[in-house]
Design a protein around this ligand. Structure first.
Ligand code: MN
Ligand code: MN
Length: 470
């Protein structure tokens, strides 16, 4: 008798999407990822994300909720809040009072914000000082082309939009690292993560002194002159500005086989985009009202009025509830939140084969093995985790299995290796059952992150299946 190499039929085994997909589906995987790449290049900040999403859904027939007094099944609405948070909804066949299905993702991403008094001159170089936003490895931001995106609000309320570094003809900005010839002591004896201090993340912006020799700091004066002539802003205007320094790197296919996508801010724009795509691709009115909640501030703890640790989500659900029959009772809102269901749509850490030791390979997620179901996140003893109920995990697992969504279950890394959180715990505060669900990213929070095109495709498919069946 020959020895069998088959596994038990009761065994759980992750799949490889490339191996299990039919040819037509693989074509669709590539087509879908080309659309996503356009989105990722167009959106560099949460504000740009909100504008892009609003324009996109308006073209798909969504109307501003503030312009309608009532809603009925099949209606498509959006609500934009403070330019940094946007919620989309398709009103379901069931009453909103019976609960809604929500996918919540975040549009903000790690970056370098300009300080409130950023412009300095040192040794003949004008620089803008930054304050990093979110969890970055500072050394990764050195010696790469950077762009500046954001707004300056002048004291009369005029908004000046700045967007420089991404167009072919634009200049870029750089934070320069030390040459290897001279870094033996100052960096060589330090830990890798201490290679540069946060206080030194200054971007080079000019070296030409202004002609007028009466000025002090003539290079800085030149930059101020340029800013005034180009944008009509003065130095004090930086104080009421939100200017973000982001990688000036184009989204590209990665690999000979083009199976991966390299780009800035897959975390969490890939889930934001996939939720949006799932909602706008639905062919018929879902049973339950489907909501996409695109939030801000996740990378710095979700506080603030546009973050998920605010009333933004229950407020918008209350607005929808009120418009159903132009009546509002607080108890109805509280009850419907309990009857609702939410996917906290955020990325996970896919196993990086260069650093396998931080992962538990038996519980890790892998590129190309599909959507990640995360029962819990957190650090150490599940600290900060929302920890979805087994009942909810079973329901989502069933929906994915019944709709041919390739998925994998994972936790972030080895138990005591580190960890992270998502918006799940804030959604849970309102009594909304919630589970984390996204795809894996390799090199998360780096200026150039990697995802699998196959995972992206199944993420959109999975979110759609959730809206239709949850
Ligand atoms: Mn995230
Ligand atoms: Mn993140």
């Amino acid at each position: 008798m020959s020895k069998s190499h088959n596994h038990s039929p009761h065994r759980y085994e992750k799949k490889n999407i490339w191996e299990v997909s039919k040819k037509e589906e693989i074509i669709n995987i590539f087509l879908e990822s080309d659309k996503y790449k356009i989105f990722l290049d167009a959106v560099r900040t949460e504000r740009e994300g909100v504008i892009w999403v609003q324009n996109h859904v308006e073209s798909k027939g969504f109307v501003n909720l503030e312009t309608v007094t009532s809603v009925k099944p099949g209606d498509k609405v959006y609500y934009q809040f403070e330019n940094k948070n946007i919620t989309l909804a398709i009103i379901g066949q069931d009453s909103i009072k019976n609960g809604v299905n929500i996918i919540g993702a975040h549009l903000d991403a790690p970056r370098l914000d300009l300080k409130v008094r950023p412009l300095i001159e040192e040794s003949g170089v004008a620089m803008l000082k930054t304050h990093y936003y979110g969890g970055i490895k500072k050394y990764q931001w050195l010696n790469i082309p950077l762009a500046i995106h954001g707004v300056v609000i002048k004291q009369d309320g005029t908004k000046v939009t700045i967007n420089i570094g991404d167009k072919e003809e634009d200049p870029v900005f750089v934070i320069s690292d030390l040459l290897p010839h001279l870094s033996r002591k100052i960096q060589g004896e330090k830990k890798l993560l201490d290679g540069i201090e946060g206080e030194n993340l200054n971007i080079f912006v000019g070296t030409i002194p202004i002609e007028n020799k009466d000025y002090k700091d003539r290079v800085k004066a030149f930059v101020l002159e340029y800013l005034f002539n180009t944008y009509g802003i003065i130095e004090e205007d930086f104080i009421s500005a939100e200017l973000e320094v982001v990688p000036a790197l184009k989204t590209k296919d990665v690999g000979f086989d083009r199976s991966m996508i390299g780009g800035y801010a897959h975390d969490d724009r890939v889930c934001s985009y996939s939720a949006l795509s799932a909602l706008t691709q639905m062919e018929s009115t879902p049973k339950k009202t489907a909501i996409v909640f695109l939030t801000d501030k996740e990378e710095i703890g979700s506080k603030g009025i546009t973050g998920s640790d605010s009333q933004a989500l229950p407020n918008i659900i209350a607005e929808l509830l009120y418009r159903e029959d132009n009546q509002y009772h607080d108890i109805e809102l509280r009850r419907l939140l309990n009857k609702s269901c939410c996917l906290s749509a955020d990325v996970g850490a896919a196993l990086n084969p260069l650093f396998p030791s931080v992962h538990d390979k038996h519980n890790a997620s892998f590129m190309g093995s599909g959507v990640i179901i995360k029962k819990y996140t957190g650090a150490g003893g599940k600290g900060g985790a929302s920890d979805a109920s087994a009942e909810l995990v079973a329901k989502i697992r069933r929906i994915f299995n019944e709709n041919d969504v390739v998925w994998q279950a994972s936790s972030m890394g080895k138990v005591d290796e580190g960890g992270g959180g998502t918006i799940a715990m804030f959604v849970a505060q309102y009594g909304i059952p919630v589970m984390d669900c996204g795809i894996g990213v390799v090199g998360m929070h780096a200026p150039y992150e990697i995802i699998s095109k196959a995972d992206l495709y199944h993420l959109i498919k999975g979110y759609k299946a959730f809206f239709i069946n949850a």
